[in-house]
Each structure stands twice: as structure tokens, then as C-alpha cells.
Design a protein. Structure first.
Ligand SMILES: [Zn+2]
Length: 158
């Protein structure tokens, strides 16, 4: 069996919310791709409901790209506690955490409405009925209130 770094992490030792660099991979021409663990809630203590998680995913796809260059993907963990964020090059966890924080602030703001959530029509999404902007905003507020760390094991608030 291949060893997968994400499963080597001791999920009982981390302190969410946080951003953690999982690893950097290099292509044959030296291009770097960085994989981040963006953990919004404490593992095995809480989990984001699927509809809210889905709307966070869609919203963050554009909100993060407004704030940092080089994002390839932002996809939810099956455990519903956060997201994988795949980036070109080697941004720091602090840079990523600041972009996430700013994105959640906009998501939580009154000015952010359904008109700002991309891809929620039937032809744009594989389960367009399963969205909750209310839930996404409530989770964004909770994550921001708990503050985002650029370290998984000690609190380094950005
Ligand atoms: Zn979707």
C-alpha cells in the first residue's frame, strides 16, 4: 500500500482552524505544486453539513482566486472538516491562511448573496439542490471567530 501523508497526520493533535502545507511535488520540468490542508473544524469533534460545505466550495472557488494567484483546486475532505487546496509554486501557509481569511470575511458579509455564488444552476453543478448559503455563512462566521492559524499544532493566528 502506498503511504499517504494525510493519513500519517495525528488528527487528535491538531488545533483547527488552521492551514498546513502537506507537501510540495515537482513535475519533470521542475514546476512545483503545493498541497495544503485547510482545516476549518476540529476533527472528530465537529463536521460541516454537506449543503453548507458544498456552497463554501463553490464560493471559495472565486473568492480565493480574487486574493491569491496560482490556485488549481479547492476541494472538500470526505470527513467534512475542511478542504484540500492545490496551488502552483510554493506559497507559505501564512499567505494561504490570509487569503482564506479574507475570502471567509467576504462570504460572511451581508453583501455576499446567491448572485455571488458561482455555478449553482442545474447545468453547472452535479447536485444543485444541495446548497446552503445560510449554512456557509454561519460556518464562515464560526471559523473566523475561532481565528485561523498558519500552524496545525500551535496557534499562530493570521
Ligand atoms: Zn456543485
Amino acid at each position: 500500500m502506498a503511504e499517504v501523508e494525510s493519513f500519517q497526520l495525528d488528527h487528535t493533535k491538531v488545533l483547527a482552524p488552521y492551514v498546513r502545507l502537506i507537501d510540495v511535488e515537482r513535475g519533470p520540468k521542475g514546476d512545483a505544486i503545493s498541497n495544503f490542508d485547510v482545516r476549518f473544524v476540529q476533527p472528530n469533534a465537529n463536521a460541516i453539513g454537506m449543503a453548507a460545505l458544498h456552497t463554501i466550495e463553490h464560493s471559495m472557488a472565486s473568492l480565493i482566486r480574487d486574493r491569491i494567484d496560482g490556485m488549481i483546486d479547492f476541494s472538500p475532505f470526505g470527513c467534512q472538516t475542511g478542504f484540500h487546496m492545490i496551488m502552483w509554486d510554493e506559497p507559505t501557509a501564512e499567505e494561504v491562511a490570509k487569503a482564506i481569511k479574507g475570502s471567509l470575511e467576504e462570504l460572511a458579509s451581508d453583501g455576499f448573496t446567491w448572485d455571488n455564488v458561482p455555478g449553482v444552476a442545474e447545468k453547472e453543478c452535479g447536485n444543485y439542490r444541495n446548497h446552503s448559503l445560510f449554512g456557509a455563512k454561519e460556518w464562515a462566521k464560526k471559523i473566523l471567530a475561532e481565528e485561523i492559524s498558519s500552524d496545525a499544532f500551535e496557534r499562530k493566528i493570521v
